[in-house]
Design a protein around this ligand. Structure first.
Ligand code: C2E
Ligand code: CA
Ligand code: CA
Length: 401
């Protein structure tokens, strides 16, 4: 459906004029214009029905980033086209920020502006759902590995970065071939999800982590929690949480020791089942995390619908943050949103001391990443946990260069 109204935000009067001519030629009259973020906020607040916004990122006084936050608070659902003369990696992280804020960013264009592309974008209907890609590891390899019991859990520590305490770990599935080589986790899990094996993997993981947690409890300080990943098919089973609680109890654990990590794509199409499952999980004191926040897999709109307790900012932000101010802005925005919603905020991808500092300054509560440890088999994880708990781990004594 063609868009009927527009807001053009740019500090360059020539560009605003060009836009007005192009839009009128396209049959769109009555467009509104703003010269900076503040003015744009006022216009959008006065007229939230505006169908699309073209937004220049670099403007004096209030830039495009400030405007994005404001549009998100207003719950703006129209199309947004970002326009910027910055290098591609900066443009991409600005687009991710828009997704993180739950906004419908349809494109990010460079300068000089290609007006033909703009008019094409305005005519495009909503995008189709993402398709999964084919992968080189075949399904048989995963099937055989499961049958032969060639799966274990690897653990990656999570630290309270405000006081350098070990808070818990994320459990990640590891699947091996006959020679003992690890299969690529992302690919193997993707195949398992596509071909109905993910439920089996999840239940095997539950047994593995319950067993390992018995040993961890002897070593770790009280309050240590394990998080693990939950997929679509699993959450769509309306007896999942009930059975999970039974299983956990049978090992002598309580749900309080576990966090379920969920992405938007993991939420079943039947929203009532997801809500029932997650509400039951909360009632029983499981933690529930929005995983990969900011990738478009998860956003603020769904965060409000479900009883989440924490938000995990995707690793791509921290990985880009040292050289990219938009990625830093996105981390700050994510942390602020999480706090506003009363959620614990976790940053993934802490690889360096600088990254740690950025997360800490943004007010992130917990961090996870290679700086602390790669995902490790249970016994190695225990050794690393001892180093962290005793204050011997190198990152605890080093400072930013
Ligand atoms: P995820 O949940 O986002 O897991 C975090 C991934 O980031 C892990 O990849 C981990 O090794 C990697 N990572 C952690 N710290 C850093 C860092 O500092 N830098 C960088 N560059 N990467 C870091 P992994 O283990 O390959 O897992 C990939 C994905 O597979 C996971 O992403 C998760 O979505 C899925 N997955 C793994 N285990 C399970 C499982 O048991 N069940 C389900 N449903 N999914 C699983
Ligand atoms: Ca995860
Ligand atoms: Ca993640």
């Amino acid at each position: 459906m063609a868009v009927r109204s527009a807001l053009i935000v740019d500090d360059d009067p020539v560009l605003r004029e060009l836009f007005s001519v192009v839009l009128e030629n396209d049959g769109l009259t009555g467009a509104e214009f703003a010269g900076d973020g503040n003015e744009a906020q006022e216009r959008l607040a006065a007229n939230p029905e505006i169908g699309f916004v073209t937004l220049d990122l670099n403007m004096p006084s209030c830039d495009g980033i400030g405007f994005l936050r404001h549009a998100s608070r207003l719950g703006y659902r129209g199309k947004i086209i970002l326009i910027s003369g910055e290098p591609p990696e900066i443009r991409e992280s600005a687009a991710r920020l828009a997704h993180m804020l739950g906004l419908n960013c349809v494109a990010i264009l460079g300068k000089p502006v290609d007006f033909q592309q703009v008019t094409k974008l305005l005519a495009v209907p909503e995008p189709e759902a993402k398709r999964t890609e084919r992968s080189p590891i075949d399904l048989k390899a995963v099937r055989v590995a499961l049958d032969k019991g060639r799966m274990h859990a690897a653990y990656q520590p999570r630290l309270d970065i405000q006081c350098n305490r070990l808070a818990g770990a994320e459990a990640l599935a590891r699947i091996r071939d006959a020679a003992g080589n690890l299969l690529n986790t992302e690919v193997a899990i993707g195949l398992a999800e596509e071909h109905g094996l993910i439920s089996e993997i999840t239940w095997k993981m539950v047994d593995l982590i319950c067993r390992d947690l018995m040993e961890f409890k002897r070593e770790m300080e009280p309050g240590f929690r394990l998080s693990f990943n939950i997929s679509n098919a699993v959450l769509g089973d309306d007896s999942f949480v009930e059975r999970l609680i039974e299983r956990i109890h049978s090992f002598g654990h309580s749900p309080q020791s576990f966090i379920l990590e969920i992405t938007e794509t993991a939420l079943p199409s039947d929203k009532s089942i997801a809500l029932e499952q997650l509400t039951r999980a909360r009632l029983n004191r499981f933690g529930i995390a929005v995983d990969d926040f900011g990738t478009g897999q998860s956003n603020i709109a769904q965060m409000r619908q479900y009883p989440f307790t924490e938000l995990k900012i995707d690793k791509s932000f921290l990985l880009a943050a040292e050289r990219d101010r938009f990625a830093r802005a996105a981390i700050e925005a994510g942390a602020a949103l999480g706090r506003e919603q009363g959620l614990l905020v976790v940053a993934e991808g802490v690889e360096t001391l600088n990254g740690l500092e950025i997360a800490r300054n943004a007010g992130v509560n917990e961090g996870q990443g290679y700086l602390f440890a790669k995902p490790l088999p249970a016994q190695e994880f225990i050794l690393r946990a001892r180093e962290i708990q005793s204050g011997e781990a190198a990152f605890l004594t080093e400072s930013v260069a």
